[in-house]
Design a protein around this ligand. Structure first.
Ligand code: O7M
Length: 216
């Protein structure tokens, strides 16, 4: 199912224990718009965890796919067959590689999102100088949306201006120092929060607190 901003929260479950991930997903009880899975969880719990997580809502497969088009198609097909609703790919591998992910997504009625500027400090070295080109690449290829940094709200705002109707998912809120409200004000449609929720004593309460901040 396509991502629709309701709570505007996407929870990154970067855990290395499938049972713990499922237990948190269950506790969240669908209050987030999606759960994002990344390599730490998939490599430890296996791809089938996606099917179990899907019982609790949309699942975004953050595999940051960045290979040649054929390999990208094969990776995406695995994610979608496992039940993912959306895939995340890198843009720097080029438009043909991105297009392969988007084409595969559309075969399954799913979505593809493209990473532009990342949220960590090292993103200023190579990604930031090309971020606007990556936004344009994603737009032309027909991506559903892009990833842009909640840690740099001013950059997020610039990227929003160039992104047109594409949805923006903004990671870096909480543990990386980004602020939920500022990210949304800068133009993000969703924030992505990992440690700030799964690392909290009460992940449900922590998620509610982020959602409250987004409503204010
Ligand atoms: O809140 P955190 O820092 O514990 O987790 C953030 C999550 O977002 C984690 O899964 C990262 O891999 C991911 N992420 C970033 O932190 N920065 C980025 O620039 C991009 C992503 C991401 O989700 O890319 C799709």
């Amino acid at each position: 199912m396509p991502l629709v901003p309701r709570s505007r929260l996407i929870v990154a479950l970067d855990l290395m224990d499938g049972y713990e991930a499922l237990s948190i997903a269950e506790k969240l009880g669908g209050i987030a718009d999606a759960i994002k899975v990344n390599y730490p969880l998939i490599l430890s719990a296996g791809l089938d965890i996606i099917k179990d997580l899907k019982k609790h809502g949309n699942v975004v497969a953050d595999f940051k796919v960045a290979d040649i088009p054929n390999t990208n198609s094969l990776i995406c097909a695995q994610a979608f067959k496992a039940g993912a609703d959306a895939i995340i790919c890198h843009g720097f591998a080029g438009s043909d590689s991105v297009k392969a992910c988007i084409d595969e997504a559309s075969k399954y009625g799913c979505e593809a999102y493209v990473v532009t500027e990342m949220s960590h400090p090292g993103a200023v070295e190579f990604l930031q100088p090309h971020a606007f080109e990556l936004v344009e690449l994603a737009r032309r290829a027909g991506a559903s949306g892009i990833i842009a940094p909640a840690t740099r709200p001013e950059r997020l705002a610039d990227i929003r201006r160039k992104a047109g109707k594409m949805k923006i998912l903004a990671p870096g809120v909480g543990a990386q120092g980004g602020e939920a409200r500022r990210a949304i004000d800068a133009g993000a449609d969703f924030i992505i929060v990992g440690r700030g929720i799964y690392g909290a004593d009460d992940p449900y309460e922590a998620a509610l607190e982020f959602i409250e901040q987004l409503r204010r």
